[in-house]
Design a protein. Structure first.
Length: 211
């Protein structure tokens, strides 16, 4: 009888120990499970933050593109304003126009420096002006082909027009107040920009002589 009771006590003790061990194992599993979930949450948070950063950088780039477009538009409006001002100052009729284009050996691609052919043409124009001895106004227009950004072409057209004005002033003593310059960039082509010949014609300076 005592043996039977001892056996039952031992069985109960073993069962309790087994339950204790199982409980410890369950707690360890739960802790490991939480650790795994925490790791996944951390990875997910990192991915979200990376995505937000990329969206922010993309937004900044788009803002830069929009700003460039607004700047180009502002330059175009400024060019039109200068044109209207120049015609307002002239207050006279157009007498004639001298066209200095690459076709005539003047302005080359992406260049504003005066070639020998350009100087010769300007020398002839200055001689004619002095011979006529008229009270005239000169408007120098810079033009380009459509290669490159619009705002760059506006600047290039202005450099070409300024080079012509400087030559007439320094080499032929044309009064500075009688010469204005304006750049139209690529906005006023005289030929198609889809061919080499057309682009060559569009790279030009027009000197307009008005009464």
């Amino acid at each position: 009888m005592k043996h039977g009771i001892g056996t039952r006590v031992l069985v109960v003790a073993l069962a309790a120990a087994s339950m204790t061990l199982a409980g410890c194992a369950s707690k360890k599993y739960v802790r490991e499970g939480f650790a795994t979930q925490d790791g996944k949450m951390t990875d997910l948070q990192t991915q979200v933050e990376d995505g937000q950063r990329r969206l922010s950088e993309t937004g900044e780039r788009l803002d830069g593109v929009a700003l460039d477009a607004r700047e180009a538009g502002a330059i175009g409006r400024q060019a039109n304003s200068k044109a209207e001002e120049a015609y307002g100052l002239a207050k006279g009729k157009l007498l004639y126009t001298v066209v200095l284009s690459e076709n005539a050996g003047t302005f080359s691609f992406n260049r504003s420096a005066l070639s020998d052919a350009t100087r010769e043409a300007l020398d002839e124009l200055a001689a004619r002006l002095k011979a006529e001895n008229a009270n005239i106004f000169i408007e120098v227009e810079g033009h380009t082909d459509s290669t490159g950004p619009e705002n760059y072409n506006l600047q290039l057209g202005e450099l070409r027009a300024e080079a012509v004005r400087r030559y007439l002033i320094t080499q032929h003593a044309i009064p500075i107040h009688r010469i204005s310059i304006i750049s139209y960039g690529e906005s006023r082509p005289v030929a198609g920009n889809d061919s080499r010949e057309g682009r060559s014609q569009n790279r030009r300076v027009e000197v307009r002589v008005l009464s």
